[in-house]
Write a protein that binds this ligand. Structure first.
Ligand code: ATP
Ligand code: MG
Length: 429
Protein backbone atom coordinates (compact mmCIF):
# COMPACT_ATOMS: atom_id res chain seq x y z
CA UNK A 1 0.00 0.00 0.00
CA UNK A 2 1.36 3.39 -0.96
CA UNK A 3 2.00 5.87 1.83
CA UNK A 4 1.12 8.68 -0.62
CA UNK A 5 3.92 10.79 0.74
CA UNK A 6 6.79 12.41 -1.06
CA UNK A 7 9.85 14.57 -0.58
CA UNK A 8 10.48 17.66 -2.68
CA UNK A 9 13.78 19.44 -3.22
CA UNK A 10 12.45 22.73 -4.58
CA UNK A 11 15.75 24.23 -5.68
CA UNK A 12 16.55 27.65 -7.03
CA UNK A 13 17.97 26.08 -10.19
CA UNK A 14 16.82 22.44 -10.17
CA UNK A 15 14.07 20.46 -8.47
CA UNK A 16 13.51 16.79 -7.76
CA UNK A 17 10.95 14.58 -6.07
CA UNK A 18 11.21 11.27 -4.20
CA UNK A 19 8.20 9.08 -3.65
CA UNK A 20 7.95 7.07 -0.48
CA UNK A 21 7.48 3.38 -0.91
CA UNK A 22 7.72 0.37 1.33
CA UNK A 23 5.39 -0.99 3.91
CA UNK A 24 3.24 1.08 6.23
CA UNK A 25 3.91 0.36 9.88
CA UNK A 26 7.69 0.13 9.86
CA UNK A 27 8.94 3.57 10.81
CA UNK A 28 12.54 2.64 9.98
CA UNK A 29 11.76 1.47 6.52
CA UNK A 30 13.25 4.20 4.39
CA UNK A 31 12.32 2.91 1.00
CA UNK A 32 11.86 5.61 -1.61
CA UNK A 33 12.44 6.17 -5.26
CA UNK A 34 13.27 9.22 -7.31
CA UNK A 35 10.46 10.25 -9.65
CA UNK A 36 11.17 10.64 -13.37
CA UNK A 37 9.95 14.20 -13.87
CA UNK A 38 10.69 14.78 -17.54
CA UNK A 39 11.41 11.71 -19.67
CA UNK A 40 14.02 9.85 -17.58
CA UNK A 41 15.30 12.98 -15.81
CA UNK A 42 14.82 12.98 -12.05
CA UNK A 43 16.03 16.58 -11.70
CA UNK A 44 14.52 19.32 -13.86
CA UNK A 45 15.25 23.01 -14.12
CA UNK A 46 13.01 24.99 -11.76
CA UNK A 47 11.50 26.80 -14.74
CA UNK A 48 8.02 27.60 -15.98
CA UNK A 49 7.15 28.99 -19.40
CA UNK A 50 3.81 30.76 -19.77
CA UNK A 51 2.69 30.96 -23.35
CA UNK A 52 1.47 34.40 -24.39
CA UNK A 53 -0.15 32.77 -27.39
CA UNK A 54 -2.65 30.51 -25.63
CA UNK A 55 -1.96 30.71 -21.88
CA UNK A 56 -0.55 27.16 -21.76
CA UNK A 57 2.41 26.28 -19.52
CA UNK A 58 5.55 24.24 -19.91
CA UNK A 59 7.88 23.10 -17.14
CA UNK A 60 11.53 22.16 -16.71
CA UNK A 61 13.57 21.58 -19.85
CA UNK A 62 10.48 22.06 -22.02
CA UNK A 63 10.02 25.53 -20.49
CA UNK A 64 13.58 26.55 -21.33
CA UNK A 65 13.18 25.05 -24.80
CA UNK A 66 9.94 26.97 -25.51
CA UNK A 67 11.74 30.19 -24.62
CA UNK A 68 14.82 29.34 -26.71
CA UNK A 69 12.57 28.58 -29.69
CA UNK A 70 11.23 32.12 -29.42
CA UNK A 71 7.58 31.42 -28.63
CA UNK A 72 5.61 34.42 -27.40
CA UNK A 73 5.45 34.28 -23.60
CA UNK A 74 7.52 34.45 -20.43
CA UNK A 75 10.14 32.19 -18.97
CA UNK A 76 10.24 32.24 -15.18
CA UNK A 77 13.39 30.99 -13.47
CA UNK A 78 14.83 31.29 -9.96
CA UNK A 79 11.28 31.51 -8.60
CA UNK A 80 12.48 30.34 -5.18
CA UNK A 81 14.39 33.63 -4.87
CA UNK A 82 11.09 35.49 -5.12
CA UNK A 83 9.62 33.81 -2.01
CA UNK A 84 11.04 36.26 0.51
CA UNK A 85 10.76 39.33 -1.70
CA UNK A 86 8.11 41.94 -2.49
CA UNK A 87 7.70 40.50 -5.96
CA UNK A 88 5.76 37.49 -4.61
CA UNK A 89 2.40 39.30 -4.49
CA UNK A 90 2.94 41.20 -7.71
CA UNK A 91 1.80 40.18 -11.15
CA UNK A 92 3.76 39.98 -14.36
CA UNK A 93 2.49 40.14 -17.92
CA UNK A 94 3.14 36.89 -19.77
CA UNK A 95 1.61 37.97 -23.06
CA UNK A 96 -0.79 40.54 -24.42
CA UNK A 97 -3.64 40.59 -21.89
CA UNK A 98 -2.28 37.67 -19.81
CA UNK A 99 -1.28 38.59 -16.25
CA UNK A 100 0.11 36.05 -13.77
CA UNK A 101 0.89 36.45 -10.07
CA UNK A 102 4.43 35.40 -9.20
CA UNK A 103 3.01 33.28 -6.37
CA UNK A 104 0.90 31.38 -8.89
CA UNK A 105 4.05 30.50 -10.79
CA UNK A 106 5.31 28.69 -7.67
CA UNK A 107 1.92 27.00 -7.22
CA UNK A 108 1.88 25.88 -10.87
CA UNK A 109 5.38 24.42 -10.56
CA UNK A 110 4.59 22.53 -7.33
CA UNK A 111 1.33 21.25 -8.82
CA UNK A 112 3.30 19.93 -11.77
CA UNK A 113 5.69 18.09 -9.41
CA UNK A 114 2.72 16.69 -7.47
CA UNK A 115 1.08 15.44 -10.66
CA UNK A 116 4.27 13.67 -11.71
CA UNK A 117 4.53 12.07 -8.26
CA UNK A 118 0.88 10.99 -8.47
CA UNK A 119 1.48 9.39 -11.87
CA UNK A 120 4.42 7.48 -10.44
CA UNK A 121 2.40 6.47 -7.36
CA UNK A 122 -0.70 5.52 -9.28
CA UNK A 123 -2.85 7.69 -7.00
CA UNK A 124 -2.96 11.06 -5.26
CA UNK A 125 0.02 12.19 -3.19
CA UNK A 126 -1.16 14.20 -0.22
CA UNK A 127 1.83 14.62 2.06
CA UNK A 128 5.15 16.26 1.40
CA UNK A 129 8.35 17.11 3.20
CA UNK A 130 9.79 20.09 1.38
CA UNK A 131 13.39 21.19 1.77
CA UNK A 132 14.17 24.75 2.73
CA UNK A 133 17.41 26.70 2.92
CA UNK A 134 18.67 27.67 6.36
CA UNK A 135 17.72 31.24 5.45
CA UNK A 136 15.44 32.15 2.58
CA UNK A 137 16.37 35.74 3.39
CA UNK A 138 19.57 36.74 5.20
CA UNK A 139 19.37 38.77 8.42
CA UNK A 140 15.59 39.17 8.36
CA UNK A 141 13.75 36.56 10.45
CA UNK A 142 10.33 38.08 9.74
CA UNK A 143 10.71 37.85 5.97
CA UNK A 144 12.35 34.47 6.32
CA UNK A 145 9.35 33.11 8.23
CA UNK A 146 7.05 34.69 5.67
CA UNK A 147 8.93 32.95 2.86
CA UNK A 148 8.38 29.54 4.51
CA UNK A 149 4.69 30.28 5.13
CA UNK A 150 4.33 31.37 1.52
CA UNK A 151 5.93 28.15 0.25
CA UNK A 152 3.65 26.14 2.56
CA UNK A 153 0.57 27.98 1.28
CA UNK A 154 1.73 27.41 -2.31
CA UNK A 155 2.14 23.67 -1.59
CA UNK A 156 -1.38 23.47 -0.16
CA UNK A 157 -2.76 25.40 -3.12
CA UNK A 158 -0.98 22.82 -5.30
CA UNK A 159 -3.01 20.07 -3.59
CA UNK A 160 -0.89 18.81 -0.70
CA UNK A 161 -2.91 18.50 2.52
CA UNK A 162 0.05 17.95 4.85
CA UNK A 163 3.31 19.82 4.45
CA UNK A 164 6.43 19.77 6.61
CA UNK A 165 9.76 21.48 6.12
CA UNK A 166 13.31 20.33 6.73
CA UNK A 167 16.56 22.23 6.29
CA UNK A 168 18.29 21.18 3.07
CA UNK A 169 21.73 20.57 4.67
CA UNK A 170 20.18 18.42 7.42
CA UNK A 171 18.53 16.36 4.71
CA UNK A 172 21.94 15.96 3.07
CA UNK A 173 23.34 14.79 6.44
CA UNK A 174 20.59 12.13 6.65
CA UNK A 175 21.61 10.94 3.20
CA UNK A 176 25.28 10.81 4.20
CA UNK A 177 24.31 8.94 7.37
CA UNK A 178 23.07 5.99 5.32
CA UNK A 179 26.72 5.33 4.42
CA UNK A 180 28.55 5.72 7.75
CA UNK A 181 29.60 2.82 9.92
CA UNK A 182 30.62 4.77 13.03
CA UNK A 183 29.71 7.98 14.84
CA UNK A 184 30.89 10.96 12.81
CA UNK A 185 30.70 14.72 13.26
CA UNK A 186 29.98 16.01 9.79
CA UNK A 187 29.97 19.50 8.34
CA UNK A 188 27.53 19.42 5.42
CA UNK A 189 28.17 22.00 2.69
CA UNK A 190 25.22 22.32 0.31
CA UNK A 191 26.11 24.93 -2.29
CA UNK A 192 23.34 25.24 -4.85
CA UNK A 193 21.95 27.94 -7.09
CA UNK A 194 20.47 30.32 -4.52
CA UNK A 195 21.96 29.54 -1.13
CA UNK A 196 25.06 28.10 0.50
CA UNK A 197 23.97 26.10 3.53
CA UNK A 198 25.95 24.44 6.28
CA UNK A 199 24.94 22.11 9.07
CA UNK A 200 27.02 20.43 11.74
CA UNK A 201 25.38 17.09 12.51
CA UNK A 202 26.30 14.04 14.58
CA UNK A 203 25.54 11.01 12.43
CA UNK A 204 26.08 7.30 12.98
CA UNK A 205 24.48 3.88 13.00
CA UNK A 206 23.08 4.39 16.51
CA UNK A 207 21.88 7.92 15.89
CA UNK A 208 20.17 6.74 12.74
CA UNK A 209 17.76 4.60 14.70
CA UNK A 210 16.40 7.57 16.65
CA UNK A 211 13.30 9.33 15.42
CA UNK A 212 13.95 12.67 17.14
CA UNK A 213 17.27 14.01 15.91
CA UNK A 214 17.19 17.54 17.31
CA UNK A 215 20.00 16.83 19.76
CA UNK A 216 22.26 15.66 16.93
CA UNK A 217 21.92 18.84 14.89
CA UNK A 218 24.54 21.06 16.49
CA UNK A 219 24.21 24.07 14.20
CA UNK A 220 22.88 25.28 10.88
CA UNK A 221 23.92 28.43 9.12
CA UNK A 222 23.73 29.73 5.59
CA UNK A 223 24.08 32.68 3.26
CA UNK A 224 22.08 33.75 0.28
CA UNK A 225 25.10 33.60 -2.00
CA UNK A 226 25.52 30.72 -4.49
CA UNK A 227 25.50 29.70 -8.14
CA UNK A 228 23.04 32.29 -9.47
CA UNK A 229 25.15 34.99 -7.78
CA UNK A 230 28.22 33.55 -9.52
CA UNK A 231 26.31 33.75 -12.80
CA UNK A 232 25.57 37.40 -12.08
CA UNK A 233 29.20 38.12 -11.21
CA UNK A 234 30.44 36.37 -14.37
CA UNK A 235 27.80 38.20 -16.41
CA UNK A 236 28.83 41.58 -14.97
CA UNK A 237 32.52 40.82 -15.50
CA UNK A 238 32.48 39.14 -18.92
CA UNK A 239 29.31 40.04 -20.83
CA UNK A 240 27.74 43.29 -19.62
CA UNK A 241 30.89 45.39 -20.27
CA UNK A 242 30.50 44.44 -23.96
CA UNK A 243 27.01 45.98 -23.80
CA UNK A 244 28.30 49.15 -22.18
CA UNK A 245 28.47 48.49 -18.43
CA UNK A 246 31.09 50.80 -16.96
CA UNK A 247 31.57 52.64 -20.25
CA UNK A 248 32.07 56.33 -20.62
CA UNK A 249 29.07 58.64 -20.75
CA UNK A 250 28.23 62.35 -20.99
CA UNK A 251 25.60 64.02 -18.85
CA UNK A 252 23.26 66.65 -20.33
CA UNK A 253 25.61 69.35 -19.05
CA UNK A 254 28.51 67.65 -20.81
CA UNK A 255 30.21 66.28 -17.68
CA UNK A 256 32.03 62.94 -17.94
CA UNK A 257 30.06 60.18 -16.19
CA UNK A 258 29.65 56.42 -16.32
CA UNK A 259 26.50 55.22 -18.05
CA UNK A 260 23.77 54.19 -15.55
CA UNK A 261 24.19 50.58 -14.45
CA UNK A 262 20.75 49.57 -13.08
CA UNK A 263 19.61 47.81 -16.27
CA UNK A 264 22.84 45.83 -16.45
CA UNK A 265 22.41 44.62 -12.89
CA UNK A 266 18.77 43.60 -13.41
CA UNK A 267 19.71 41.81 -16.65
CA UNK A 268 22.38 39.82 -14.80
CA UNK A 269 20.05 38.66 -12.00
CA UNK A 270 17.98 35.63 -13.04
CA UNK A 271 14.82 36.50 -11.13
CA UNK A 272 14.84 40.17 -12.21
CA UNK A 273 15.35 39.61 -15.94
CA UNK A 274 11.65 39.89 -16.77
CA UNK A 275 11.48 43.29 -15.09
CA UNK A 276 13.70 44.86 -17.78
CA UNK A 277 11.12 44.09 -20.47
CA UNK A 278 8.47 46.39 -19.01
CA UNK A 279 7.57 48.96 -21.70
CA UNK A 280 8.76 51.91 -19.60
CA UNK A 281 12.27 50.42 -19.27
CA UNK A 282 12.68 50.39 -23.05
CA UNK A 283 11.38 53.95 -23.29
CA UNK A 284 13.86 55.01 -20.58
CA UNK A 285 16.69 53.30 -22.42
CA UNK A 286 15.82 55.06 -25.69
CA UNK A 287 15.92 58.37 -23.82
CA UNK A 288 19.38 57.52 -22.49
CA UNK A 289 20.94 57.29 -25.96
CA UNK A 290 22.56 60.72 -25.68
CA UNK A 291 24.33 59.66 -22.46
CA UNK A 292 26.39 57.04 -24.29
CA UNK A 293 29.69 58.21 -25.77
CA UNK A 294 29.96 54.96 -27.71
CA UNK A 295 26.63 54.56 -29.53
CA UNK A 296 27.39 50.92 -30.37
CA UNK A 297 27.01 50.10 -26.68
CA UNK A 298 23.59 51.70 -26.56
CA UNK A 299 22.51 49.84 -29.69
CA UNK A 300 23.63 46.51 -28.24
CA UNK A 301 21.74 47.03 -25.00
CA UNK A 302 18.65 48.13 -26.94
CA UNK A 303 18.84 44.95 -29.04
CA UNK A 304 19.02 42.85 -25.86
CA UNK A 305 15.85 44.45 -24.50
CA UNK A 306 13.95 44.50 -27.78
CA UNK A 307 14.79 40.87 -28.58
CA UNK A 308 14.45 39.76 -24.94
CA UNK A 309 17.87 38.17 -24.82
CA UNK A 310 18.32 38.44 -21.04
CA UNK A 311 17.76 34.76 -20.22
CA UNK A 312 19.96 33.71 -23.13
CA UNK A 313 22.77 35.95 -21.86
CA UNK A 314 22.36 34.70 -18.28
CA UNK A 315 22.51 31.12 -19.59
CA UNK A 316 25.74 32.05 -21.42
CA UNK A 317 27.21 33.48 -18.24
CA UNK A 318 26.32 30.24 -16.43
CA UNK A 319 27.81 28.16 -19.25
CA UNK A 320 31.00 30.28 -19.16
CA UNK A 321 31.23 29.75 -15.39
CA UNK A 322 30.91 25.99 -15.82
CA UNK A 323 33.36 25.91 -18.79
CA UNK A 324 35.95 27.79 -16.74
CA UNK A 325 35.33 25.47 -13.78
CA UNK A 326 35.82 22.38 -15.99
CA UNK A 327 38.39 23.54 -18.60
CA UNK A 328 39.92 26.78 -17.29
CA UNK A 329 38.59 29.02 -20.07
CA UNK A 330 35.41 29.94 -21.94
CA UNK A 331 34.54 31.53 -25.28
CA UNK A 332 31.42 33.69 -25.28
CA UNK A 333 29.59 34.07 -28.59
CA UNK A 334 27.42 37.20 -28.61
CA UNK A 335 26.58 37.20 -32.31
CA UNK A 336 22.89 37.18 -31.41
CA UNK A 337 23.45 40.74 -30.12
CA UNK A 338 25.68 42.01 -32.94
CA UNK A 339 27.47 40.32 -35.84
CA UNK A 340 30.78 38.77 -34.74
CA UNK A 341 30.56 40.15 -31.20
CA UNK A 342 32.43 37.80 -28.84
CA UNK A 343 34.07 37.71 -25.44
CA UNK A 344 36.13 35.32 -23.37
CA UNK A 345 36.67 34.40 -19.74
CA UNK A 346 39.37 32.52 -17.88
CA UNK A 347 40.23 31.13 -14.47
CA UNK A 348 42.04 34.26 -13.24
CA UNK A 349 39.10 36.50 -14.22
CA UNK A 350 36.67 34.04 -12.60
CA UNK A 351 38.71 33.95 -9.42
CA UNK A 352 38.65 37.77 -9.29
CA UNK A 353 34.90 37.96 -10.01
CA UNK A 354 33.91 35.32 -7.43
CA UNK A 355 36.45 35.86 -4.66
CA UNK A 356 34.18 38.07 -2.53
CA UNK A 357 31.34 35.54 -2.70
CA UNK A 358 33.63 32.59 -2.04
CA UNK A 359 34.99 34.41 1.01
CA UNK A 360 31.48 34.97 2.36
CA UNK A 361 30.58 31.32 1.84
CA UNK A 362 33.72 30.08 3.62
CA UNK A 363 32.89 32.55 6.41
CA UNK A 364 29.45 30.95 6.77
CA UNK A 365 31.10 27.53 7.13
CA UNK A 366 33.31 28.88 9.93
CA UNK A 367 30.30 30.43 11.61
CA UNK A 368 28.34 27.16 11.55
CA UNK A 369 31.21 25.42 13.36
CA UNK A 370 31.50 28.23 15.90
CA UNK A 371 27.73 28.11 16.47
CA UNK A 372 28.06 24.40 17.22
CA UNK A 373 30.56 25.32 19.95
CA UNK A 374 33.30 23.33 18.19
CA UNK A 375 36.71 24.05 16.80
CA UNK A 376 37.37 23.13 13.13
CA UNK A 377 39.71 20.30 14.17
CA UNK A 378 36.80 18.49 15.86
CA UNK A 379 34.97 18.02 12.55
CA UNK A 380 35.52 14.45 11.25
CA UNK A 381 34.03 14.77 7.77
CA UNK A 382 33.14 17.43 5.25
CA UNK A 383 30.25 16.37 3.03
CA UNK A 384 29.72 18.20 -0.26
CA UNK A 385 26.48 18.44 -2.19
CA UNK A 386 24.85 20.95 -4.55
CA UNK A 387 25.84 21.80 -8.13
CA UNK A 388 28.17 24.64 -7.20
CA UNK A 389 30.53 22.35 -5.24
CA UNK A 390 31.94 21.44 -8.68
CA UNK A 391 33.74 24.81 -8.58
CA UNK A 392 37.21 23.78 -7.43
CA UNK A 393 38.14 27.22 -6.06
CA UNK A 394 35.01 27.19 -3.90
CA UNK A 395 35.37 23.64 -2.58
CA UNK A 396 39.06 24.31 -1.83
CA UNK A 397 38.12 27.40 0.19
CA UNK A 398 35.57 25.41 2.21
CA UNK A 399 37.95 22.46 2.70
CA UNK A 400 40.55 24.90 4.04
CA UNK A 401 38.15 25.74 6.90
CA UNK A 402 38.33 22.12 8.15
CA UNK A 403 41.77 20.93 7.01
CA UNK A 404 41.69 17.76 9.15
CA UNK A 405 38.27 16.53 8.00
CA UNK A 406 37.85 13.71 5.49
CA UNK A 407 36.28 15.09 2.32
CA UNK A 408 33.28 13.17 1.00
CA UNK A 409 31.60 14.05 -2.28
CA UNK A 410 27.91 13.26 -2.15
CA UNK A 411 25.70 13.17 -5.21
CA UNK A 412 25.61 16.84 -6.20
CA UNK A 413 22.01 16.79 -7.39
CA UNK A 414 20.14 14.05 -5.47
CA UNK A 415 21.59 14.02 -1.97
CA UNK A 416 19.12 16.56 -0.58
CA UNK A 417 16.00 14.92 -2.00
CA UNK A 418 17.18 11.49 -0.83
CA UNK A 419 17.71 12.82 2.70
CA UNK A 420 14.33 14.55 2.61
CA UNK A 421 12.82 11.17 1.71
CA UNK A 422 14.53 9.60 4.74
CA UNK A 423 13.04 12.38 6.87
CA UNK A 424 9.60 11.99 5.25
CA UNK A 425 9.54 8.24 5.78
CA UNK A 426 10.21 8.77 9.51
CA UNK A 427 7.46 11.39 9.80
CA UNK A 428 4.84 9.74 7.62
CA UNK A 429 5.92 6.11 7.60
N1 ATP B 1 30.30 22.00 -13.17
C1 ATP B 1 29.82 23.04 -12.53
N2 ATP B 1 30.64 24.05 -12.11
C2 ATP B 1 30.15 25.12 -11.45
N3 ATP B 1 28.84 25.28 -11.15
C3 ATP B 1 27.99 24.32 -11.52
C4 ATP B 1 28.42 23.15 -12.22
N4 ATP B 1 27.32 22.37 -12.45
C5 ATP B 1 26.26 23.02 -11.93
N5 ATP B 1 26.66 24.19 -11.36
C6 ATP B 1 25.81 25.20 -10.71
O1 ATP B 1 25.09 24.60 -9.66
C7 ATP B 1 23.90 25.39 -9.42
C8 ATP B 1 22.71 24.47 -9.27
O2 ATP B 1 22.98 23.58 -8.20
P1 ATP B 1 21.77 22.85 -7.47
O3 ATP B 1 20.92 22.14 -8.46
O4 ATP B 1 22.38 22.06 -6.38
O5 ATP B 1 21.01 24.11 -6.89
P2 ATP B 1 19.54 24.20 -6.31
O6 ATP B 1 19.30 23.03 -5.41
O7 ATP B 1 18.58 24.39 -7.43
O8 ATP B 1 19.62 25.58 -5.48
P3 ATP B 1 19.38 25.90 -3.92
O9 ATP B 1 19.60 24.63 -3.16
O10 ATP B 1 20.39 26.95 -3.61
O11 ATP B 1 17.99 26.42 -3.87
C9 ATP B 1 23.73 26.29 -10.62
O12 ATP B 1 24.09 27.61 -10.24
C10 ATP B 1 24.72 25.73 -11.63
O13 ATP B 1 25.23 26.72 -12.49
MG1 MG C 1 19.65 22.69 -3.43
Amino acid sequence: MSTAGCAIDFGTSNSSVALLGGTVGDARQEAFRLVALEHAHTAIPTAVFFSGEDGSRAFGRAAVQAHVEGHEGRLMRSIKSILGSDLIDRTTEVGPGFMVKYLDVVVAFLRHLRQRAAQAAGGPVERAVIGRPVFFVDDDPVRDALAERTLGAAARAAGFSEVAFQFEPIAAALDFERTVSRETLVLVADIGGGTSDFSVVRVGPEQRARVDRNADVLASHGVHVAGTDFDREVNLAAIMPLLGLGSEGRSESGAAIRVPNALYHALSTWHLINTVYLPNRLIELRQMASLYVDQRMHRRLTTVLECRLGHALAAMAEAAKIDVSMHGHAAIDLSMVEDALAGSFDAAAQQAALSGSIGRIAGAARQAIAQAGLSPSQIDALYFTGGSTALASLSRAIAAVVPDAAQVDGDRFTSVVSGLAVDASRRFG
